[in-house]
Design a protein around this ligand. Sequence first.
Ligand code: PLP
Length: 394
Amino acid sequence: MALREWPAYKRIPIDVLSASGSELLLSDGRRVLDLYGGHCVNTLGAGDPSLGEVLAQQWKQWSFATNLLDHAPRRDFLAAFEALMPAGEWSVFVTNSGAEANENALKAALAITGRSKVLCFGGAFHGRTAGAARVSDTKRAAYPASPFEAVRVAWNDIAGAQAAIDASVGAVILEPIQSLAGVQEPAPGFLAALRASCERAGALLIFDEVQTGNGRLGTFWASQHFGVMPDLFTTAKGAAGGYPIGLTVARSAIAAATPEGLMGTTFGGGPLALAAAAHVARRIAAPGFLERVRAAGAEFKRSCVRGPIASVRGEGLLLGLVLQTGLKAAAVRDALLAQNVLVGTCDDPAVLRLSPALELPADAPARLARALDAITEAAAPSIRSTLAPSAARP
Ligand code: PLP
C-alpha cells in the first residue's frame, strides 16, 4: 500500500518550516524573502497576528453557518466592502475560489443576456473548471466539450475585439492585467474600447480581478486604476488574506435578474471567510496602505533593472521582470533562490513575476537588487553566458 500526492505540480525544492510576514524559514535554517506571496494570496503577509485573532475569535463565536441563516459577519463583510466598491449599486455572491467566482459570473451573464457566446483573450487564465477553463488560453484548459461557444481574440487587438463583439456575444471576460501570461498590461484605449463595444452589442463586460483586486495595483480594484467599469467582476486569492474565498460581484440590476437557484454553495460565504475578508478590506482601506503599495511598486521598478533584468512592467505589486535576451526564467528564479529570494515564474519563459504581500518590509526592493547583483557576479554559467558585460551594474 502506498499513498502519494498526485504529481500535479513541479515543486520548488525547498522545505519551509514556517513563515512570518514575507520571510520563509527553511528546515536548513535559511531565511528567504518571499516576493511571490503565494501568488497574490498573502495580502497582509504570512501569519498576520490580527487576522489570526479575527479567525480564532470567529471560530469560537460561530464556526460555520448555512447560507440560509443570517449572521453578523455577513453584515460586517458587506459594510467593509461597500466602502471600497466603485460607484454604483453592486451585489456580491461569495464562494470559495477564483474559478468558482468566474464560473458564476459567466453563468449569470449568459443567463441574463440569453446568449451562448463568450469573447475571451489570448494569454488569459481564469481557472480550471469547465467554463473558466474554456475562456483560458493555456494547455490547462483541456475539456472534451465546451459548455458554451468561446471566441478568442489576441490580447490588445482593439480592432479584432470590436469586430468580434456583436449581438451574439453574451459576455466578454478578461483580466485587466494578464498575470500568468507575463504581467501583460492593456494597451491604451483597449479597456475603454471593450466597454464601448459591449454597450453597443448588449454584451456584459466581466473583469477577472482574482489577482488585480484587493489593493494589488495600488487601488482597491483594477477598474478604479484604469477608470473603466465592468458589469460584473470577480476576485479571490488575496481577498481574505489566505483564507479561501471567491467573490462574484455584479451590478445590482444584473444580480436581481439572475434566475433563482442558478447559484449556490455549501462553504461559500461562511462566517470565517467573511470575517477574514472584512478584516483584510479594512486593513487595505486604512490611511496610507494603498500609497505604500504604489511606493513599493515604484521602488521595485526603479531599483531592479540591473543584471539579468532588462525592464519591469505591471502596476503596484503585480510586476513582471523581463529578462535580458536569452535568459530563462526558471534558471534565474533558482539562482535568486540560492541568494534567499523567492520570485515567481509564469507562462512566458522570459519573465519573472513578483506578487508579494502588500505589507512588505521596506528593504525588500533593496534585497532583491542585492540578490540580482550577487547572481550577476557569482552567476550560474547559464545566466552569465547570456549577459552582456555592460548589462551588469554593481
Ligand atoms: N483568475 C485568475 C486571474 C487567476 O490567476 C486564477 C488562479 O491563478 C484564477 C482565476 C483561478 O483561481 P483559483 O485557483 O482560486 O480557482
